[in-house]
Structures are given as C-alpha cells and as structure tokens.
Design a protein around this ligand. Structure first.
Ligand SMILES: [Zn+2]
Length: 388
C-alpha cells in the first residue's frame, strides 16, 4: 500500500465516521480525490484549505515566489468535527469543502499563480476546490436565501486566541464606531450583506465586537477571540490575519454575493491539538454559530426535522404556553406522530433537543436559570418564552 493511498484511505474512513447519517447527503470528489465536497442542507459552509496531508509525487512541491507551505495541522479534522456538532444540534449537515492535498503541493487560499506555481494538476485541484465552494454557496442561496461561510485555519502566533478575519485590517478595527461604520469599511468587509440586512439593524462595529458578535459569544465561552467585546482589535504590533483569498472572493465583500464569511484562525493548544480539544471547541463553535445566525438573519433557522418527519408535513400552528409558576412548558401539537423541538437560551449556552410522541405534552424546565429562551420545532412551532 503506497503512502498516499493509505492516507486517502485514512481520510475516507475518518470523514465517514465524522460525517454521520451519510445517506441524507451527497459527496463529490475532485481529480484523484484531492478535493472533496460534502453537500449539506444548513445555510453554513465550512472549508479547510490548509489541512490536507497528501503529498503525491505527481504534483511537485511549490517553490515559486510567495509560496507559504506550512500546513494548518488538524484543521481538516476540526472542520469535520464542527459539522458533526452542527448535525448533533440540528439534524442537518453543513456544506463541507476539503482540500486533501498538502499545502506544499497546492495552496487553495491564494491566487492561482501562487496556489499552483504553474503546475497543471495543482491548477486543476485549485479550480475544483473553488468550484465546490461556488456550488455550495449556490445551494445555500437556493435553499435559504442566505448563508454563512467559515474558512477554518490554524495559526502559530504566540497570543493564544482565535483570530476572526472579516477582511478588515488592524487599523480599521481600531477605529471608533462612527469612523468604522462608514459605507467604505462596510463594503470592504466579508459581512457586508449582514450589516445591510440584519434583523436588529446592528452596525458593522456591533457585529464585530458588540455583545452579540461571534467573537464575543466565543470569548464568553472561554475561547478568547479578536475582534470581540473582550478584545476589540489587535494592539499595535500584534500578529493578526485579516482574512485571505477565500473570503475575499467568496463573500459579500463581492457586491454580487449575499453569502457572508469569516476566516477563523485557530490556535493549536486547546482547540485542535487532540480529539478532545477539537470536540469541545467544535461543540462551542456550532452552538455559537447557530445562535449568531438565528439572532441576526431575517430568515428562519432551518428546521431539518421537517424533512425527516413526513407525518408532520401538514402540521399547522402548534400551540405552546410557558407556565412560570410551575416552570413547565405546555405544548399542543395539531397532528399525531413524533414531534421534535429545540430549546435554547440567548447566550447559546443551553441548547437541548426534546422528542415527544403525544399531541399534548408538558415539559418541566426547573433546571433552567432565569432568562429568555427560544423554542423551535417541526411545522410552524417557533417562538420564545421568559423564565422569571
Ligand atoms: Zn491557513
């Protein structure tokens, strides 16, 4: 067995294990299985451009000017794990695009001349990777009319924090809100569409480092991030990745694209260094990402349960009522059959799935601390309740 074949076999086995319920999604491979696209149904796209480990002799090592060849170790595994966590929470997969070829052979997060250094096969791999992203984004727009793209990387900077790149540099991030929130800065960010259309009319600076920014939500769960309310911008001289080629060409920074994007640069220790770290971070990111989407986009959070519970397709207006005295949630479904609901809190920390078999159900929620909670389920079940 050749090294490259064993590696490919390993990757196929690995991702098959991580990618649960394979039958509901399709997987596509590029030439020689150097790239892979797992088509999902969530309005979320994950890519791992620098996590590949295949080093076939058929593709020469990159040595042209501008070549960076260091891999982002375990980011492919991390992307698979994030998708797995999303599936556990929603019953749906994200779109997942992977480049299995090592960065020394192709860098799919660079313009093609540097990506392939002129090699024909590497150029084909580059084109296939970006075609997969285009297809995933087309699907998200078609199914949901919105989408969020997270490009997963790994940095080796000494400051142990997540670096979230929205296409804005350190100087821009350090501006006061009134100076940052200009059309020119909004248009140069990878969340231009979200700034212009978000449900709460939050500004660019709100969405970067306000209380409900992705970085703030992650930092409040123990994963320091910049930008965030806790750490709004890198201080002078501190290393920071602003966001590379992928988010520049595949985000709403491009005026004709409505897909918003962020480049997530992860530190090694405690995030991707071993399976336990990866699972813990993936669970947190998945919760925060879903909460972020639900909070800011005008579109409903996708409800995959509808597609798996056919008997509920005609269900209309199930009713629910929260009894604050007894801390119970009373739900009345209008159809027979199995019903699934999700309950989650405003911080995204509590996220639980419940499945019922009866039409009238009473759910005891004594364990929940006071706060606002959202409920979502099959059919049109959607709303919020407050525990006092
Ligand atoms: Zn990278």
């Amino acid at each position: 067995m050749t090294t490259s074949f064993s590696l490919r076999l390993y990757l196929l086995i690995f991702c098959t294990i991580a990618f649960k319920n394979l039958s509901v999604s399709q997987t596509f491979y590029g030439t020689n299985s150097f790239t892979e696209y797992r088509q999902g149904t969530l309005p979320i796209l994950l890519t791992a451009p620098h996590g590949g480990t295949m080093v076939p002799l058929s593709v020469p090592n990159r040595t042209c000017n501008g070549s960076v060849t260091a891999p982002d170790m375990y980011t492919e595994e991390l992307a698979c794990e994030i998708d797995s966590s999303l599936f556990d929470l929603t019953g749906c997969h994200a779109h997942l695009v992977l480049c299995h070829l090592a960065r020394i052979k192709v860098d799919v997060n660079r313009p093609v001349s540097i990506a392939s250094c002129g090699n024909t096969l590497a150029t084909i791999v580059f084109n296939e990777f970006h075609k997969f992203i285009d297809t995933a984004q087309f699907k998200m727009k078609q199914q949901h009319n919105y989408g969020f793209y997270a490009d997963i990387h790994g940095h080796s900077h000494s400051i142990q924090r997540l670096e979230l790149g929205y296409g804005l540099d350190t100087t821009q991030l350090a501006l006061s809100p009134s100076s940052l929130n200009t059309p020119a800065n909004v248009n140069s960010s990878s969340i231009r569409n979200l700034v212009n259309t978000n449900f709460n009319s939050y500004t660019l600076s709100d969405l970067l480092s306000g209380p409900f920014a992705l970085g703030t939500l992650l930092a409040s769960s123990g994963y320091s991030a910049v930008p965030s309310a806790q750490d709004p911008y890198p201080l002078g001289g501190q290393p920071y990745f602003t966001g590379g080629y992928n988010i520049q060409v595949h985000s709403s920074m491009v005026a004709s694209n409505i897909i918003d994007a962020v480049q997530i640069e992860t530190q090694y220790n405690g995030v991707r260094d071993n399976p336990i770290s990866r699972k813990k971070f993936a669970d947190t990111l998945a919760k925060k990402l879903l909460y972020f989407l639900n909070l800011h986009y005008n579109q409903p959070t996708p409800n995959c349960i509808v597609t798996t519970l056919k008997e509920n397709e005609n269900e209309t207006h199930p009713l629910f009522f929260f009894d604050n005295t007894n801390k119970t949630l009373n739900i009345r479904f209008q159809t027979e059959g199995e019903h699934t609901i999700f309950i989650y809190g405003t911080s995204g920390d509590f996220w639980k799935k419940f499945t019922f078999k009866e039409r009238n159900e009473e759910l005891k929620l004594h364990d929940l601390s006071p706060g606002i909670y959202f409920i979502k389920g099959s059919g049109s079940l959607s709303g919020k309740f407050i525990i006092q």
